[in-house]
Ligand binder design. Sequence first.
Ligand code: E4P
Length: 216
Amino acid sequence: MKFFVDTAETKDIAELAATGLLDGVTTNPSLIAKSGRDFIEVTREICGLVDGPVSAEVVSLDHEEMMREAEILRKIADNVCIKVPLTFDGLKTCKKLTGDGTMVNVTLCFSANQALLAAKAGATFVSPFIGRHDDNGFDGLDLIRDMRLIYDNYGFETEILAASIRHGVHVLECARIGADVMTAPPSVIKGLVKHVLTDKGLEGFLADWAKTGQKL
Ligand code: E4P
């Protein structure tokens, strides 16, 4: 499973990129606003930090305007992936952009039928929002299961990008189901390495090593 980080904070992205475990980045208008940075400038900087796709989202609702914004965004760098909302205008934009060889992430997916439409529109990625699904009393993981089944039934190449990930159990379940990618905040990705028995075991090994008086 590919790991994308869901943030526009360049310090966090650089730190995770240095581990070699990061495959891409997702941003959205809320994350850009939170960063306090200029959209184009921060997106350019992020694109230089990772080799993989960097999702940058259009902010218009109609197809023509989305195409105009996508033109600006895709000129930033070769690894920009245009993010469009799951609406008919967004799907029309997706079809046009992917037809030209541009990567597209169709976002705000909350149903399997929406996911089917995004795949038919040729999306590179489709983003089901797991956490927001759960927040509203639905099982976000059921959506991922349905998507996996449907995409495999028809051999769609669209990648399932599990988004709105809130904790390690979401990551684990998405990996079990077979999501192609997951995007999570830096804190969730960093938390995956933690285990109390790893810490305890390491503490014991280092204490015993110190008793030997040896050095490496
Ligand atoms: C995905 O691309 C979105 O940016 C993101 O995962 C949304 O997550 P949230 O529901 O925690 O805001």
